[in-house]
Design a binder for this molecule. Structure first.
Ligand code: 4AD
Ligand code: MG
Length: 492
């Protein structure tokens, strides 16, 4: 409407200066709806505006009432100044309001502008006694976690959600700028890519039971909707490998499911994974380059576009973390082999709960130690024992020890952030490995990929929530996803 008015005025005016004056006059008289981020930017002083949002603070004084309103568009809230005549008992912390007034330059240095209210309408009341968040109190992330339906109304969690949204955009931009094609890999699948038995099976139920039922005779008709067992995906890798038989660079970014019975601070039953697959690879370096570039590019983007939100975490939630992030971005990520990692762990004086020896899987405690040992910056560990890796990993036949061309990226505070490998593209070797585990039939289509125009290729997956933990310094993965799902918990 604003644009249409401007256009009409422009056409109607005989000179451009006249049009501008008329436009300013018009703007001052009409009420435009602004987002809080637009209002606090300070560029619209003098305009009559309407804002809608939720009350973040209320401060009644003798003559005036001061409020702060936030609509999620930025960390900053807009200060509202109203004559106490506009005061109303329903104007409480947490209530939803709509305010009309004039934007004025603020006399207080704290904010560039304030809204001088002419009208305040309470759209939705909020009883501050029952509301679980208290005015002016900085609640811990752990406390907020108890209220998955309300925590987005706090500064900390709304900052997290903006960072999450911006990081998503940054990752898509990285892939777009680097000519990757995005593939929507399926959520329901008939394969178990990782072969780790952490699958959720998809079954048909004729009578949804939304609340826990007492145990007793069950209505358990064996309705096999897909005619084959179907599962929620643990990784889109195999589908990306299909696509990398026609596109040299592909990626996906979507929900992933693992029935891990873990209460750990870095595991969820539902998480988001970024996966990339690159055809015509020469070596693991082709993959580590993409992982490192993506990490840097996404992190720099987030730091630049979400500065206030990131600062809130680095100042109040995880003090001291900014220095770690800055140092991660300064240096090139070192690369060590698994054998070197085991040597480092065997030689160190640290007492681990899980002892180390060549052939053992690296535990979180080992990963964190290796990161510290390398200067508390991300580190790549390559060439893991062949037997630790799934059937698709490429056999390093030229190595003295039996290893696979696999790589993990370990990062400060979290441990494993990415897992990837070159894929076994040689038909005979892949067939032999599948035969060993009795999966030759199941994966005949996967063997076909090696029969028809097979090329050396590889890829990796990055756990998006772990990435957010890493850049914000958040200890518990449940605090970086809107609705965490983990064993014994599926709230909402
Ligand atoms: O190392 P993972 O299991 O690798 C794969 O799934 C490969 N198929 C990916 C590929 O090559 N395309 O998982 C990749 C990453 C891990 O490094 C970790 O960051 C994250 O996914 N991840 C989890 N994040 C949260 N909760 C869980 N339960 C996770 N399991 C893995
Ligand atoms: Mg892994």
């Amino acid at each position: 409407m604003f644009q249409a008015a401007a256009k009409t005025l422009w056409v109607a005016s005989t000179s451009s200066r006249g049009a501008l004056t008329a436009l300013r006059h018009y703007c001052k008289k009409t009420t435009s709806k602004l987002r809080v981020s637009e209002a606090v930017s300070g560029t619209e002083v003098g305009r009559k505006i309407k804002v809608q949002g939720w009350v973040r603070s209320v401060r009644p004084q003798k003559a005036n009432l001061f409020l702060h309103v936030n609509d999620g568009s930025s960390l900053q809230s807009l200060q509202i100044v109203a004559s106490s005549e506009l005061s109303n008992p329903s104007l409480t912390f947490g209530s939803a309001i709509e305010v009309t007034g004039t934007l004025k330059k603020s006399p207080n240095q704290k904010q560039p502008v304030e809204l001088e209210a002419e009208q305040i309408h309470v759209v939705g009341e909020c009883n501050p006694v029952d509301f679980p968040f208290k005015i002016k109190e900085r609640h811990s992330l752990e406390y907020l976690r108890q209220y998955p339906h309300l925590r987005c109304r706090t500064n900390a969690f709304s900052s997290l959600l903006r960072v999450r949204s911006e990081a998503t955009t940054a990752i898509h931009s990285y892939f777009k700028e680097n000519a990757f094609v995005q593939i929507h890999t399926p959520v329901i699948t008939s394969n178990d890519c990782e072969g780790a038995g952490e699958l959720f099976q998809v079954e048909l139920t004729s009578t949804p039971q939304l609340s826990p039922q007492p145990s007793g005779p069950e209505n358990n008709e064996d309705e096999n909707f897909f005619s084959v067992p179907a599962f929620l995906t643990v990784s889109g890798q195999l589908h990306l490998e299909v696509m990398s038989g026609a596109f040299s660079k592909v990626y996906s970014f979507g929900p992933t499911f693992r029935a891990e019975n873990s209460q750990s601070r870095r595991h969820l039953a539902e998480f988001y994974m970024v996966e990339a697959e690159v055809a015509f690879t020469q070596s693991l370096e082709d993959l580590t380059r993409v992982m490192e570039d993506m990490f840097r590019s996404a992190t720099e983007h987030v730091l630049a576009h979400c500065a206030e939100d990131v600062d809130l975490f680095h100042k109040h939630v995880t003090p001291g973390h900014r220095e770690i992030v800055d140092s991660m971005l300064k240096k090139k990520f070192p690369v060590i082999t698994y054998s070197e990692a085991i040597d480092i762990l065997n030689r160190c004086s640290e007492k681990f709960a899980f002892p180390t020896h060549w052939g053992c899987d690296l535990q979180t405690e080992h990963e964190k130690y290796l990161v510290k040992h390398c200067g508390n910056i991300p580190v790549f560990v390559t060439d893991y024992p062949y037997n630790l890796k799934p059937f698709y990993a490429r056999d390093n036949q030229d190595h003295p020890e039996h290893t696979a061309a696999a790589v993990d990226l370990l990062v400060p505070g979290v441990g494993e952030l990415c897992g990837g490998s070159l894929r076994e593209e040689r038909l005979d070797l892949l067939r032999a490995r599948l035969e060993e585990v009795g999966l030759e039939e199941t994966y005949s289509w996967y063997l076909d990929l090696r029969r028809f125009g097979s090329v050396p290729h590889g890829g990796f997956g990055l756990g998006f929530e772990r990435y957010l933990q890493c850049i914000l310094g958040v200890e518990n993965i449940k605090d970086v996803i809107p609705f965490p799902r983990f064993s014994h918990s599926c709230l909402l």
